[in-house]
Design a protein around this ligand. Structure first.
Ligand SMILES: Nc1nc(=O)c2c([nH]1)NC[C@@H]1CN(c3ccc(C(=O)N[C@@H](CCC(=O)O)C(=O)O)cc3)C=[N+]21
Length: 283
């Protein structure tokens, strides 16, 4: 058996078109285009890729993007002052501060400074809390993008066993909350999990979000399972690899996302969707 490849690039392109239609509807109603402010500090290479792709996608969707490129020496105080200024700016709908930040800046302090209704990443405790109590407002982009991918492929998590490998604040935890909201039975695995292979083998849907190339072995995957690979790992030869052994997992899975071209493009398309949602929250 060989898995059907989930085409994240195609679904992302369609989602960007949907966002574009939402932007056009705003313009037709006499409202301004949504605006997204992106703050990039220093020069992390993964963030640079993301910023480049995001800017192109904003243009396609008709979203105005405002770039703040700041030196690695920027102080936390200076960054918080910029966030305050953007919070107060009625022309700005969404604020995204690229992670990771330099060591001397506390990311949680920055995340919590962003006005919750401008938090396009959905990382503010207010938005995470809303997701936890079944009242989502702004939802973290990657987990929301994964749910959109499943929906577009007719995969309903309701009643299924969803196993999340990785418990980070940006993917694993909110992914577990999304799966729970979709009425899956959810298991979250992390570095203290005793028998990871057995947990994965029980999964109808596996989401790998660890950040280690090939960490989830193909032979662990239950025949007919859905495999979602969130990992984007740059290898020494410059190529990208996911967290899942793709070739081996493809032999067993019914559906699998590739890297690149799977979850990555959905993260960006969902960021635009969240930016439109933010704009529509404001006016
Ligand atoms: N506040 C914040 N929010 C983020 O969402 C965030 C962040 N900071 N910091 C950096 C990471 C990384 N990230 C990516 C998203 C999409 C691709 C992407 O589109 N990847 C393409 C491949 C791109 C390539 O060819 O290199 C793909 O998977 O097909 C990559 C990386 C978002 N991040």
């Amino acid at each position: 058996m060989s898995a059907q490849i989930i085409d994240g690039k195609a679904v992302a392109a369609a989602l960007i078109e949907e966002v574009r239609a939402g932007v056009d509807a705003r313009l037709a109603a006499g409202k301004r285009a949504p605006a997204l402010a992106v703050i990039l500090i220093g020069d992390d290479p993964a963030s640079a890729v993301y910023v480049r792709n995001k800017k192109k996608s904003c243009e396609k969707a008709g979203i105005r993007s405002l770039a703040w490129d700041l030196p690695a020496s920027t102080t936390q105080e200076e960054l918080l002052a910029i966030v305050d200024q953007l919070n107060a700016d009625n022309e700005v709908d969404g604020i995204l501060v690229q992670l990771p930040l330099p060591e001397h800046i506390d990311p949680q302090a920055v995340i919590e400074r962003i006005a919750p209704h401008k938090d396009v990443d959905g990382f503010h405790p207010y938005n995470m809390g809303r997701l936890a109590i079944k009242m989502p407002l702004l939802r973290p982009c990657t987990p929301r993008g994964v749910m959109t991918l499943l929906e577009k492929y007719g995969i309903d998590p309701k009643g299924k066993k969803a196993v999340i490998v990785g418990a980070s604040n940006i993917v694993g935890r909110p992914q577990a909350l999304e799966m729970l909201l979709a009425r899956a039975t959810v298991t979250v695995c992390h570095s203290a999990t005793e028998n990871l292979a057995a947990e994965v083998a029980a999964a109808d849907i596996v989401v790998a979000a660890v950040g280690k190339p090939g960490f989830v072995k193909g032979e662990w995957v239950k025949p007919g399972a859905v495999v979602i690979d969130v990992g984007i790992n740059r290898l020494a030869d410059g190529t990208l690899a996911g967290d899942v052994e793709f070739a081996q997992a493809s032999e067993r899975a019914a559906f699998i996302t590739p890297v690149p071209g799977g979850v990555g493009p959905m993260t960006i398309a969902t960021l635009l969707q969240n930016t439109l949602d933010c704009a529509n929250l404001h006016a």
